[in-house]
Design a protein. Sequence first.
Length: 196
Amino acid sequence: MNEIIVATNNQGKAKEFKQFFAQFNIKCYSLSDFDEQYSDVEETGKTFQENAILKAEAAAKFFNKAVIADDSGLVIDALGGKPGIHTARFAGQNKNDEDNMNKVLKLMDAVEDSKRSARFVAALAIKIPSEEILVKEGYCEGNISREKKGSHGFGYDPIFIPKGYEKTMAELSAEEKNRISHRNDAFKQLKRVLTT
């Protein structure tokens, strides 16, 4: 494999993948690098892994090239695993980070500090045409804070305190965050496969 497509139009995410694959001399493209109009597949899976697989298989079939897709989100134990696969649209279809965080904080208001455990999860799926799909999952364990803090990052970062830290993810530098992130954990597992 000397090239791969990341099934995303998100340039920030594409940049992370490009940096990761560069160490293996694998050229990495995002969907926006192609003229063909590819429509995102509907995420009908019940888990992050199922959605990552759906996205990877659909794009690999469309482009007939190796594709990597990811699906990620926040899992909160006190909320029975929510927001889970509905992380991006937890407060409604408009994908609003502020509304999503406010909804979590409201639902967690009466939850005591010792029961605020949560984790970010990232599932990565690589599909090479005519080969078995490869899936790896990474995690970042932590707790939900009682208020929003910090201005870095995105999504739920201002209300997520990673394990071993007293700051939220949004108070960490990009370098610190990337080192402990769920996607980085999944990348580490992928690296073991790509180097064997």
